[in-house]
Design a protein around this ligand. Structure first.
Ligand SMILES: [Fe+2]
Length: 184
């Protein structure tokens, strides 16, 4: 099992990408805000309920909320979450992902600067691994230091991140994915 990410090519992505861009991206008229949060209770469209049903087949918990990110510059190295760590995210890149990479790091000195996430100085981590985020659904470990680099400022990178009730770890969810694959 990969420690950082699992690509799920068997879940259809193009129709979800179109839906999300149409439904949630028009709010990006302002360039001031980089993250938009949507609680599942109020914002799960029929299309996203359909996705949740697919994820139930993997024995995933219900969706708690989802975020749409818009990044025009490379991210600083961070762990997701402010007061507590958000361990796992199911991501779909929506736009501006060509040429971008997701880097993962090991912690050398655990000194965190807490803001909208828990940030690390580059001197306190060591580069571990990099991957090219495919345009497929990808389960990512958001509980270890990571960042997105290679962003073209002219084509901001837009990403959806889904978070699940109970804040399951990446390992828990990746194991569920593996079990489903093994059963097929
Ligand atoms: Fe992150």
């Amino acid at each position: 099992m990969n420690n950082y990410f699992s690509v799920l090519p068997e879940i259809e992505s193009n129709s979800y990408r179109d839906h999300l861009l149409n439904e949630f991206i028009p709010e990006y008229s302002s360039h001031l805000k980089k993250t938009y949060g949507y609680f599942a209770q109020e914002h799960l469209t029929p299309k996203l309920l359909e996705l949740q049903e697919v994820l139930f087949q993997y024995d995933f918990p219900p969706i708690e909320y989802f975020l749409v990110f818009r990044h025009a510059v490379d991210q600083s190295i961070h762990i997701d979450g402010r007061s507590f760590v958000r361990y796992a995210s199911l991501n779909l890149v929506l736009d501006g992902y060509e040429g971008t990479r997701m880097n993962y790091y090991d912690i050398i000195n655990d000194i965190r600067n807490r803001a909208d996430a828990q940030y690390f100085s580059s001197t306190n981590v060591r580069f571990r691994e990099s991957f090219d985020p495919s345009p497929n659904w990808t389960l990512v470990n958001s509980g270890v230091p990571h960042n997105i680099v290679g962003i073209n400022p002219l084509i901001p990178r837009k990403t959806l991140g889904i978070r699940f009730i109970g804040n399951p770890t990446y390992e828990e969810l990746a194991l569920k994915v593996q079990k489903k694959w093994a059963a097929e």
